[in-house]
Design a protein around this ligand. Structure first.
Ligand code: ATP
Ligand code: MG
Length: 454
């Protein structure tokens, strides 16, 4: 069996890139939607037009020689051009936006005037240029150097609007769409450290993936297969599991099987009961045994009495045949917990328990033990050791690789055989990616299995 993979930066990068590559269609869709929304907004915002003109500033001193007014003076003239005083006193320029930018390395100011129409913008730019020239004439002291302004490129009416700025808006929308789509893809993926692919589960447990059971929103109200129609996805998944178990059976009989997982709430009880029903559907006799003597749930699942069961039989008060109860599904019996003992771990290690399992082996075609989780207590490992093998569930998006490692170690420590793993609560849309992951998409074996399962 391969060892564990520590979570490295490289792993995380691979996971992130994998999530993006795996969801590129939704990323493109989000980008297209963002661009469409921005384009729709751009189509309705009022258009504006910008007309531009260049003003050359020339300084002539008292001796009549021409020179530059200097950087500071040019910056001040730009401020004058943008100031409300000049704009307010220029006919046709009162409702426009003005930007005056000194051109670097030249005595030139670029004047950009934005208005609601192209003609208005051009007229206002021309008027403002003229008004500025007049202002220079009027406002300068008579003595000292004189600065004058000349239009070196007159303002023409622009052909196309400057607002909305389509190229910029669309470029920003594309970038925002790509970023939002990628972040969503990464965060919708499994959190770092969590088992992400069937190949990883297989590698850690050293056993094949037997099935993938998708999240079923109805599971609380309809946990049993008998509650579901035959073509319900969960029913089909359980049939695949049943068939794959039969494939394992070809070499070596797997009659007593413990179902467990690393932690509570991974779907063990739900899966065990449904699997038992799926096996009973084929006409074989099955018994489900309550292996969780701390928080038993089997009786509740089948709606039967809990007070008579495993512990009642173990302490010898009644024979096995009287301890098991009919489940309501033909061919399927249930051995509930019986009274809860104060020392479950010790009870499971007794020879009486081993004898009880042998007794069930003699009476039923298949014995399924619904075990507690492996990590919190040693009960599940003990039950797996009494069985022909264990099925270890891996819950999508929750079972961590390091916890699964530890669970596998617990089973190895008692020489238990891991028959395989079942992925539970996989996202329905991702069931294929997750369940039949990078080992080679939907393998021919699994496709064959699907057919065989019907
Ligand atoms: N395929 C599924 N889709 C959605 N919910 C599920 C599915 N399988 C199980 N659940 C839900 O997950 C919860 C835990 O399930 P279950 O009791 O079977 O887990 P468990 O591993 O036996 O837990 P514990 O370790 O406490 O015994 C339950 O609320 C159950 O309804
Ligand atoms: Mg349980």
């Amino acid at each position: 069996m391969a060892g564990g993979r520590p979570s490295t930066g490289e792993d995380q990068l691979r996971t992130t890139l994998g999530a993006i590559a795996g969801r590129w269609t939704s990323i493109l869709l989000i980008t297209a939607l963002t661009v469409a929304v921005v384009a729709a907004v751009a189509a309705v915002v009022p258009r504006q037009y910008t007309a531009s003109t260049d003003l050359l500033l020339l300084q002539v001193d008292e001796a009549g020689s021409a020179g530059s007014p200097g950087e500071r003076a040019i910056a001040s003239y730009a401020a004058v051009l943008e100031g409300r005083t000049l704009i307010g006193s220029t006919e046709g320029a009162t409702d426009v936006e003005v930007r005056a930018t000194p051109r670097e390395g030249a005595d030139v100011i670029r004047l950009d005037v934005r208005a609601d129409t192209a003609r208005e913008a051009a007229a206002a730019a021309t008027a403002l240029g003229n008004r500025f020239a007049a202002w220079l004439d009027l406002e300068q002291p008579e003595a000292g150097p004189q600065v004058s302004s000349q239009v070196i490129s007159p303002a023409g009416a622009p052909d196309s609007p400057s607002r909305p700025d389509w190229p910029t808006w669309l470029a920003i929308a594309t970038v925002v769409g790509l970023v939002v789509g990628s972040v969503r893809a990464v965060f919708r993926g499994v959190p770092p450290g969590v088992v992400d692919t069937s190949a990883q589960a297989k590698e850690i447990l050293g056993a094949p993936v037997l099935a993938s059971v998708a999240t079923d929103p109805d599971v609380r109200t309809r946990p049993l297969l008998s509650d579901l129609e035959p073509h319900h996805p969960r029913h089909e998944a359980l049939r695949i599991l049943r068939t794959n178990l039969q494939f394992l059976d070809v070499d070596q009989a797997q009659q007593v099987i413990t179902v467990t997982s690393a932690l509570p709430g991974d779907g063990k009880t739900t899966t065990t009961c449904a699997l038992a029903q799926a096996i009973a559907e084929t006409g074989r006799s099955v018994v489900v045994v309550e292996g969780d003597l701390r928080r038993p749930r089997l009786a509740e699942m089948f709606g039967i009495e809990r007070t008579v069961g495993l512990t009642t039989a173990l302490v010898g008060r009644i024979p096995i045949d009287e301890a098991v109860q009919a489940s309501g599904t033909p061919g399927l019996d249930v051995l509930t917990s019986g009274a809860l003992p104060p020392n479950p771990t010790e009870i499971l290690q007794t020879t009486a328990m081993a004898r009880l399992v042998d007794g069930l082996r003699d009476r039923y075609d298949v014995v399924l033990i619904d075990a507690p989780p492996l990590l919190p207590v040693s009960d599940a490992a003990l039950l797996a050791a009494l069985s022909d093998g264990a099925i270890v569930l891996v819950r999508h998006g929750r079972t961590r690789a390091d916890e699964l490692e530890l669970a596998a170690e617990r089973l190895r420590a008692v020489d238990a055989t891991v028959l395989g793993t079942v992925l539970t609560m996989t996202p329905r849309r991702e069931a294929r990616r997750y369940g039949y992951g990078p080992e080679g998409s939907t393998s021919s074996r699994q496709r064959g299995t699907r057919r065989a399962a019907r």
